[in-house]
Write a protein that binds this ligand. Structure first.
Ligand code: CA
Length: 224
């Protein structure tokens, strides 16, 4: 399971080629040609999923959502189109990365390694970046040697961003994961206000954030 990669791709040849590349690189690879097959494989868990967006019995996005709702498995999306809308949707449902076909196998493997390294770091109990630290077990945040008192929402927002370091987190994703709204009406301003207060508490200079940065038109990201 630690090394298991599930490949969900209905192009049989590509599926086989990706499985082979992962097996040769020392992973345990399992291929699924549909969402249904993938769900069967997922019962045993996996370290990573590679998911094609266009599948015969649904799209990769819904599979990704199902996975994120039950357990956390990192996902890399494959798509035939270089489409901005697809890319944003992919990040909205929790994708860790995104590749446009055709791609060299070596590049996919590099992306997979990077995602696995990052998610491995996320499983540690203590997060440190510059002068900020988060103790996940004690739910304690320190900045420049001082304990910072955060509300639950502020803490959850910080953890979501920190655990997804270098990933773009969209407002939609924040609303779904922190406020638990699936399309329900929550003022977008709620996110802005919480973010504003959080930055005021943790950023040395909230006008020039070093921790929580804006990604123009997409959302936010943690750190460099
Ligand atoms: Ca396909």
């Amino acid at each position: 399971m630690k090394n298991k990669v599930i490949i969900v791709e209905d192009d049989t040849l590509l599926n086989r080629a990706v499985c082979k590349a992962f097996t040769n690189a020392g992973y345990e690879a399992a291929g699924a040609l549909s969402m249904q097959e993938a769900q069967g494989l997922l019962e045993d868990g996996a370290a990573l999923m590679i998911v094609d967006i266009g599948l015969p019995d649904g799209d990769g996005f819904s599979l990704c959502r199902q996975v994120q709702n039950s357990r956390e498995i990192p996902v890399i999306f494959l798509t035939a189109r270089d489409d901005e809308e697809d890319m944003i949707r992919a990040f909205d449902c929790g994708a860790d990365d995104y590749l446009v076909k055709p791609f060299p196998m070596a590049v996919l493997l590099k992306h997979a390694q990077a995602v696995l390294r990052r998610t491995g770091e996320e499983n540690t109990k203590l997060f440190c970046y510059e002068d900020l630290s988060i103790d996940y077990e004690r739910k304690q945040v320190m900045s420049r040697g001082k304990t910072i008192n955060l509300t639950n929402k502020e803490y959850d927002l910080l953890v979501l961003l920190a655990r997804n370091r270098k990933k773009v987190i969209t407002k939609q994703m924040i609303l779904e994961q922190i406020w638990d709204v699936q399309g329900a009406f929550v003022e977008e301003n709620t996110v802005n206000v919480t973010l504003f207060r959080l930055r005021k508490k943790i950023e040395p200079d909230p006008a020039n954030p070093v921790y929580i940065k804006n990604v123009f038109g997409l959302g936010y990201t943690f750190g460099e």
